[in-house]
Ligand binder design. Structure first.
Ligand code: ADP
Length: 607
């Protein structure tokens, strides 16, 4: 045993260890091409170092020649895999250069392996010498064959390829990889080849150190590769950490995750999602199973939204109901995003969802309350109109009574004038209709109902409001001037709800005259169409106006300046107009009175 028989096997052992570690990584979870090339080159250097030791210890020419021939195989493998490593690890370099170098080298080494005479390296004589520590070694005197030129050309091409790939990476702003990997490959290629030539030419008297040079290359490559592995480990640790954080956030927000794999139609769901949908942990979920859980009324909508998102890659966002055996009905709000291949083909859809039942129920309750309040407002407003309307109702009822009495009187005649009686009955009929209309208007206003949008003519709406307020206005000596312009488009609205708003505004205007000595009390209602495709209804009076700075506050609930006011008329009116997609605002006019403006979108003219 001497230092030589220790050093070379150590090179072999080191290379084998590195090769095995990287083989494990290359075939681990993530298949990594650079690790595979590294493994191959490390195995090859391990073999080269054993063969090199064999040559250094060979006693006869024949065995030395055999070893030289066999060394062709690991040399070819090592060189080509180093080229492959640079190409896959750098992601740079001219591929044709690498191919050309690998091809020429493989050809030269194959020729060297197969030939029994001089091809690339052929020993013609052995020189026995001694090196420090009195260790004997053998160096062959080499004669070169014609394939040597091919091999030299291949090595030159390989060096050019590595240098060029390193330079490209350097220009991209990366310094470490090109310097350590690229630099060491170029330097040690040159050093090992140079040294071997000098030894074979007898210029330098020392053993071969080819495997040591390549061990240095292997270590440089391994160092950079392990850097990648460390980075990946750190990244996976950070990923795990962020996953924990995300899980915690999802749990506290009760957010459920889901992923729909389109190829297999399998839907992966997180534990929270599974609980929300009352699914067993082992149960497989696919699209059909998901649709089954949906409320029948929502199935089409959800399917349509999902199909659309898949078709145009847009975001999916939907609220829907699910029907569950234990919890009954549940409201879910879901969002999702489509993931596609680089060619744009959708592969999966990933998203989150949460239970929004409490919010939905509160919304529903609120809307019911709002509806009840609106109705209450209407009933209270009717109370104000009731005496005037009773008065209006008195008119036809009185006429009916008088006409009936007259008819009775005529019928008592021995020869009743039937023509007269017929005319009286016709009058009774007319008055009855009039009374019926007053009652019907009242009844429709008192009925509780949801907002239902239908195409409406503004003038007819204003006519009805006039009919309802005429008697009250007359009693208060207020002149009602209602002048809709002639070219008004239709609007989409709910007749009863809009009547409520207009009545409220007209009654408020009339109320504003209370205790106000005015020569002429005037309430003007106008309606015009605007350039923006909407209709503007103005209710203006010449009364006291709205107090300074209160044009906003009057819309607050319970704001009132009246002794018997509720302060709910205007907020209810604004809610109704906004539910129609319009707006209600107040201001003071130039002549001191208040002006309320309702703006409602017109029905779009059919193209
Ligand atoms: P209420 O009629 O019960 O007071 P409203 O919400 O309808 O409730 O009106 C709120 C307040 O707005 C009224 O009390 C009044 O002070 C003011 N207001 C409404 N309309 C007019 C108007 N045309 N002129 C002056 N003030 C008005």
């Amino acid at each position: 045993m001497n230092w030589m028989t220790l050093a070379w096997p150590m090179v072999t052992a080191t290379c084998l260890t590195l090769a095995l570690i990287n083989l494990r990584i290359a075939f681990g979870e993530a298949r990594r091409v650079p690790h595979l090339f590294f493994t191959l080159s490390a195995f090859a250097v391990a073999a080269i170092s054993l063969l090199e030791l064999g040559i250094l210890q060979s006693e006869d020419l024949a065995s030395c020649q055999r070893l030289l021939r066999w060394s062709s195989i690991p040399i070819a493998i090592m060189m080509t895999s180093i080229l492959g490593f640079v190409w896959s690890f750098f992601g740079a370099g001219r591929r044709w250069l690498a191919y050309a170098a690998a091809l020429l080298l493989s050809a030269a080494e194959a020729a060297n392996f197969l030939s029994t005479g001089p091809a690339v390296r052929y020993a013609v004589e052995l020189i026995h010498a001694e090196t420090f520590g009195n260790v004997r070694y053998t160096v062959p005197v080499i004669t070169h064959g014609p394939w040597t030129y091919v091999e030299v050309a291949a090595v030159v091409l390989a060096i050019v390829f590595v240098a060029e790939a390193s330079w490209t990476l350097w220009q991209r702003g990366e310094k470490q990889r090109p310097l350590i990997v690229g630099g060491s490959i170029v330097v040690f290629f040159l050093v090992s080849r140079g040294h071997a030539i000098l030894v074979e030419e007898g210029v330098v008297r020392s053993p071969y150190f080819v495997s040591f040079a390549f061990l240095a290359v292997i270590i440089a490559m391994g160092h950079e590769l392990s850097g990648e592995v460390f980075r990946a480990t750190r990244l996976s640790r950070e990923l795990l950490e962020s996953e924990h954080r995300m899980e915690l956030a999802a749990q506290s927000a009760k957010l459920g995750f889901w992923t729909w794999h389109l190829a297999t139609d399998e839907i992966w769901v997180s534990d929270i999602t599974r609980d929300l949908f009352e699914r067993d942990p082992a149960e497989k979920i696919d699209f059909a199973r998901f649709v089954e859980t949906l409320h029948p009324d929502d199935r089409e909508d959800v399917t349509h939204a999902l199909t659309q998102a898949l078709r145009d890659g847009s975001e999916y966002e939907k609220s829907y109901r699910i029907l569950l055996p234990r919890a009954g009905e549940r409201w879910i709000a879901a969002r999702g995003k489509v993931e596609t291949t680089p060619q744009g083909k959708p592969v999966r859809m990933r998203g989150v969802l949460m239970d929004v039942s409490p919010q939905k129920n509160a919304e529903l309750e609120l809307s019911q309350l709002r509806q009840q309040l609106t109705h209450a407002g209407r009933v209270s407003m009717m109370g104000q109109l009731a005496s005037a309307l009773a008065h209006e109702l008195n008119q036809p009822l009185g006429a009916i009574l008088r006409n009936a009495e007259a008819a009775e009187f005529f019928m008592k005649e021995p020869q009743p004038d039937l023509e007269e009686v017929r005319a009286i009955i016709a009058d009774i009929h007319k008055d009855d209709l009039r009374a019926g209309q007053v009652i019907n208007r009242l009844r429709s206003l008192l009925k509780r109902q949801d907002i239902e949008l239908r195409p409406l003519q503004i003038p007819s709406l204003l006519d009805e409001v006039t009919a309802l307020t005429r008697a009250d206005a007359a009693a208060r000596r207020v002149r009602l001037e209602i002048t809709p312009s002639s070219d008004l488009p239709e609007i989409n609205g709910d007749r009863v709800h809009l009547q409520q708003v207009l009545l409220n505004l007209v009654i408020n205007a009339m109320d504003a005259f209370q205790n106000l000595p005015r020569e002429e009390k005037l309430v003007k209602v106008t309606a015009i169409s605007t350039d923006q495709g909407s209709v503007e209804i103005g209710i203006a009076d010449n009364a006291c106006g709205i107090p300074e700075g209160k044009t906003g506050a009057i819309f607050d609930a319970f704001y009132t300046t009246k002794s018997h006011g509720m302060g709910m008329g205007l907020p209810i009116s604004r809610t109704i107009i906004e539910a129609h997609g319009g707006s209600l605002s107040a201001a003071n006019g130039q002549d001191g009175g208040a002006v309320f403006t309702i703006c409602l979108p017109a029905v779009k003219a059919a193209a």
